[in-house]
Design a protein. Structure first.
Length: 377
């Protein structure tokens, strides 16, 4: 969950006024109030935002995608602020307007201006499609192979590949020591993103650009974390609509990570399973034994293989039970946040947020889906 004040946490669960803001900013910045700013410290290039939403999907290569409609002048030249040539980025925020007129803003992130569409030219509104910064990492493939020797550290490799695209990017690596050597010589043929995501998965991490513009490799959140929010229906609840689905399609209960080993030794391999006897998908139970596999040349020890397999279990194990919801927006929520869901006729269910859609319109409903971790029937 993005950092917010206690006032926000109290207000978001009751009737309140929301606001959204879109501005053009100089590319490559980090933080939650990027420039340029005017002499009063206010955004210089605000866009008149009419509608839109931001879609978050933690399983996608590009974690966040924005679609919005603004009232603005069509770019008269390639040097205009609003263009698709990379001179500016789109920065989006959602906020709560308090009774005293003050607004607390939450950043929804930085986005590349990919497509401008004006169906009603020359004076009609402009529709913008904008993926987050990861799209540029994906697009900037290497024109020539690049080799990293065995002594190069993970931090050095990651920073080299990321900061070549975003020279001022802040790189945040958590959950393991990034200053250890990669251990074996590695060659990146073309796929910059593919090489980076393999490093992340081998270390049990997710990889994305965060709300403040930083590039993050971070461990998958542990199962059973304390809920950061409770979604309830009824008189004092925030749930507007709920639908449910049970499906075992794409569900696994065992996870195998394999790697390389030096010399003539066999490759390292670790199996991590759903071993909770109360789980309906427990390994060897009525669900069966359904493994998923991952292999990486960055996995060279049994410990690394276990970490990678355990992260897969955390990310994908769970009752194959999905809740799709519409709720009063809380834009501070993020994918993989643990939440409690309670319907008026049931007990509390503990879920992990999966896909989220945050509306930019004031009267929009936040929608999303979850995966169940524990279910109270």
């Amino acid at each position: 969950m993005r950092p917010v004040s206690d006032t926000w946490k109290r207000t978001v669960t009751s009737s309140h006024q929301t606001a959204a803001r879109a501005r053009l900013v100089t590319p490559g910045q980090t933080g939650t109030n990027p420039g340029p700013l005017d002499s009063e410290g206010k955004p210089k290039f605000l866009l008149a935002l009419e509608s839109g939403d931001v879609e978050f999907d933690p399983t996608a290569e590009v974690r966040a995608n924005a679609d919005c409609v603004v009232t603005a002048a069509w770019p008269a030249s390639a040097s205009a602020e609003l263009n698709t040539y990379g001179a500016m980025e789109l920065f989006l925020e959602k906020g709560i307007v308090y009774g005293d007129g003050a607004t607390e803003w939450v950043s929804l992130g930085y986005y590349r201006l990919d497509e401008l569409d004006q169906p009603d030219a020359p004076n009609g509104p402009i529709a913008i499609q904008a993926p987050d910064r990861m799209q540029q990492i994906i697009d900037e493939r290497l024109p020539f192979p690049r080799q990293y020797d065995a002594a190069a550290t993970i931090r050095a490799v990651v920073e080299d590949l990321v900061q070549e695209v975003y020279p001022s990017a802040v790189v945040v690596i958590e959950g393991f020591d990034p200053d250890v050597a990669i251990g074996v010589s590695q060659i990146v043929e073309q796929d910059r993103y593919g090489f980076l995501i393999e490093i992340a998965k081998a270390r049990g991490c997710t990889m994305y650009f965060d709300y403040d513009g930083s590039f993050v490799m971070r461990p998958v959140p542990e199962l059973g974390g304390e809920p950061v929010a409770y979604l309830t229906d009824g008189r004092d609840g925030v749930l507007v609509k709920v639908s449910r689905k049970l499906s075992r399609r794409g569900a696994y209960n065992g996870f195998v990570a394999t790697g390389e080993q030096s010399g003539d030794l066999p490759p390292v391999r670790q199996l991590v399973v759903d071993d909770d006897p109360s789980s309906p998908t427990v390994w060897g139970g009525t669900f069966g034994r359904v493994p998923k596999f991952f292999s990486s040349s960055f996995i060279t020890t049994d410990e690394q293989a276990y970490t990678a397999a355990a992260a897969m279990r955390t990310r994908e194990t769970g009752v194959p039970y999905t809740v799709r919801f519409g709720k009063v927006p809380n834009p501070a929520l993020e994918p993989l946040d643990p939440v409690g869901i309670r319907y008026s006729e049931r007990g509390m269910e503990f879920h992990v947020l999966d896909k989220l859609s945050i509306p930019l319109a004031a009267d929009g409903v936040m929608t999303g889906s979850t995966r169940a971790k524990t279910r109270t029937v």
